[in-house]
Design a binder for this molecule. Sequence first.
Ligand code: ADP
Length: 389
Amino acid sequence: MNHILSNKNFNIALLGGGQLGKMFLAEARKLDICINVLDPSADAPAQLGANHFQQGDFKDFDTVLKFCSESNAVVIEIETVNVDALEALEKRGVPCFPPSRVLRIIQNKIRQKTFFKEKNISSSSFIIYKNLKSLRHSISNGSQSLPFVWKIGEGGYDGFGVKVIKNEKDTEDLLEGECIAESLVDIEKEIGVVLARDTKGEIRVFPPVEMEFHANANQVEFVICPSDISEEISNKCKDLAISVAESIEVQGLLAVELFISKKGEILVNELAPRPHNSGHLTIEACNVSQFDQLLRCTCKLPLGKIELLTNAAMANLVGEPGYHGSVEFIGLKDALQVHRTTLHLYGKSQTRPFRKMGHVTATGRNIIDARKRAKEFKSLLKIQSRDHK
Ligand code: ADP
């Protein structure tokens, strides 16, 4: 029987054309698979390398249905796509990665946390509030203890959907909407586990990585692989991620963000059913990358058995605070001379503070060495603009 790779009409619809899509396309180009990309921005990073690019709204039911109707499979690179359209496509026999049922749970933090509770997946405890009024009421009558972590169910963006609340005044600038109050975890480490699960239910897990957050930006700054945890804890993290993937029956990728608490508990924080920032370094550090695995799932090819080839550290390269406008890279020549580093630029023409413009992956004899190189690269390359300071 002829496989997909010999069928020149086989094509994948990719919803979202950001950097994740761009890196996915790099894999698709290697296997010469046709990918059509939909993104609202005329300047989307994943235009280059796409067989066909359409500017359009992936949140709109009709646009998505029409765009994907001739496709053999659908892949997303962002969670906010129209999930009803994915469900309609599945009914017509078009497989979606992830399935619409999985995306529906993950799109909303309240449904996600409720799912963890129902399936006995260890995660911090939480209370659901219909709106800010009822949350404030519970704080003032003492039934909601302080401090806690507020999270909006849907619509949080750029770090505006999560906040540690220490007193009632802290609730003043929160976004309105259904939300949760989550118990505050005393975090020792934040760990990411990316895995792929194919349509037969086979799972391949990447090594757990450590995510280091930027002090002010509520954003991952460095990712270190492998994470500096014992083999026993590392295996527990992998097992927990596998049990989540099996409970939710994902197809495609699943990134499982975990907390290791100071008391040594391992808790699931949240899920992403797509390529994830914590998996970018798999391009250089492993024999198969997260993008490669996603492509294999989508094309019903066997998943690669994962091997970690080297220690690695990734640093996100973001727009420097204070600069908005046409991007300018300062110090590129010096940065590129840092040994054992690979630069990925996303091709975004406009920068703004903390916008992800690229990343660098450094490898090394050990993780300290790799992290040092990634940090050096990052400190040499400044992402600025001459337009507005
Ligand atoms: P986002 O969708 O913005 O990534 P997350 O739920 O991952 O939101 O939370 C962002 C960060 O906030 C986490 O990486 C962690 O540092 C912190 N955080 C989230 N939940 C908790 C919690 N229950 N206890 C302590 N810190 C938390």
